[in-house]
Design a protein around this ligand. Structure first.
Ligand code: PLP
Length: 449
């Protein structure tokens, strides 16, 4: 087959996020061309079942015409309106108000960003401003969790605790600290839920004590760690961490960039846990990937502290040209309507047992050591030895072989380097889609055995 000239152009000019540049030059790009529902088509004509919603974001599936229409109408009417200074646009105002309606009651104010990394960066900046504004400028240290992912912008990458985001980037910053992951499959405290929760709370307390509580600003966490390998803490963990933050007098900051918008069942994972964060970051499912957008939601206390912390007439100097972009906001409003009135949240909840069962059935497979999920977010962990949970030798590059076999079997999921396979099917998945997913997945695993 003649090579697509785009492959050479890509190799010569386009830098891809999070690849080995030399390996990419060798391997070449797979060019995705169109999508419908849960399916993608590439320029080779291969139809692929997407079990990862793009990058955990296309929660409504591809080709939702009402979203396309909402974007087109807003573009025709007003493609851009600055959110700077005292200007605004109707979709952005309505979207902020809708998010406050849906979010935990503690959150009253919304700041729009372009995605999740800058939402986390913005949260750090707001928190720093808040403590400087309220007379506690020494509270400058941030705690997050090993295996956590909060983005790859300059500060969020330091909250992230995955080695490749630090190597050669001089991160983390001296103000950024980690506590162990509540990893049920490999937790030194064992697999008992209460023991895992107790261990996490104790680790947070110990870290705050080590740094001095007057020096610690905030604790950041994901309700379920996504890029770190879909690590699902026991129920009650998130609430317990929030309670500990209150007791320790540090801000409780929840990154729902992946877990938001029905990914784990309810609109937000905080809802199921009764957790009340001081700040919460959103992105991905907010616009379902149809346009870039993220958000930081904050409590009245933080907002008022910042607002009172500047002299009259002096602006709070934080903003992006595309903050509160009206086209993204119009998309966000329609995407939210699809989750609620459009029935997608309800479908996600209805399909989740099928997903969970399909993953659990694969525990029979010789490669699968653990199967875990909540809602439509799940993972399989592959191990060389089920009894010792020993990992495969990285030199085998099993995850690369799996990704190649998955493509041959026309299914896309995420094969992480430590041989965790991550899944985040769209909320529009049907029973037939799940049957196809598990048939193709089993065949993929059999082929690499
Ligand atoms: N936070 C979490 C939990 C994420 O999973 C991600 C991206 O995967 C981010 C933040 C960063 O978001 P973005 O890639 O939109 O900058």
């Amino acid at each position: 087959m003649p090579t697509n000239p785009l492959v050479a152009l890509d190799r010569d000019h386009l830098i891809h996020p999070v690849v080995n540049y030399r390996a990419h030059e060798q391997r070449g790009v797979t060019i995705l061309e169109s999508g419908h529902g849960a399916y993608l088509r590439d320029t080779q004509g291969t139809e692929l079942l997407d079990a990862f919603s793009g990058l955990w974001c296309v929660n409504v599936g591809y080709g939702q015409q009402s979203v396309v229409q909402a974007a087109a109408e807003q573009m025709a009417k007003l493609p851009y309106a600055t959110g700077y200074f005292h200007y605004g646009s109707e979709p952005a105002i309505r979207l902020a108000a809708r998010l406050v309606e849906l979010a935990p009651a503690s959150l009253r104010h919304v700041y729009f960003t372009l995605g999740g990394s800058d939402a986390n960066d913005s949260a750090i900046r707001f928190i720093t401003h808040y403590y400087n504004s309220t007379g506690r400028p020494q509270k400058k240290h941030f705690i997050s969790i090993e295996r956590g992912y909060h983005g790859s912008s300059s500060q969020s990458a330091g909250l992230t605790a995955l080695a490749v985001f630090h190597q050669n980037f001089d991160l983390p910053l001296p103000s950024q600290h980690k506590i162990p992951s509540p990893y049920p499959y490999r937790n030194p405290a064992g697999s008992d839920a209460d023991a895992i929760i107790r261990a996490s709370v104790a680790a947070l307390r110990a870290k705050v004590q080590e740094l001095g509580r007057d020096n610690v600003a905030a604790f950041f966490c994901e309700p379920i760690q996504g890029s770190g390998g879909v690590i699902v803490p026991p129920k009650g963990w998130l609430k317990a961490m929030g309670d500990a933050c209150r007791e320790l007098d540090i801000l409780f900051v929840v990154d729902e960039v992946i877990t938001g918008f029905g990914r784990t069942g309810p609109m937000f994972a905080c809802e199921a846990e009764g957790a009340e964060p001081d700040l919460m970051m959103l992105a991905k499912g907010l616009t379902a990937g149809y346009a870039p957008m993220g958000a930081v939601l904050m409590s009245d206390r933080v907002y008022q502290g910042i607002a009172d912390g500047v002299a009259p007439g002096v602006p709070v100097g934080h903003g992006y040209t595309y903050s509160a972009h009206p086209v993204s906001a119009a998309i966000g409003l329609e995407v939210l309507r699809l989750y609620t009135e459009g029935g997608l949240l309800a479908n996600g909840i209805a399909q989740a047992p099928l997903f969970e069962q399909g993953l659990r059935d694969l525990l029979e497979h010789p490669l699968v050591g653990d199967a875990r999920s909540r809602g439509l977010l799940g993972a399989l962990e592959l191990v060389a030895d089920k009894s010792t949970k020993a990992r495969f030798d990285p030199a085998l590059k099993l995850h690369e072989r799996i990704a190649d076999a998955a493509y041959r079997n026309q299914v896309i999921f995420r094969a992480f380097g430590d041989n965790v396979l991550g899944f985040a099917p769209a909320l529009c998945y049907t029973q037939a889609d799940f049957e196809l997913l598990f048939a193709r997945l089993k065949k993929t695993l059999d082929e690499v055995l």
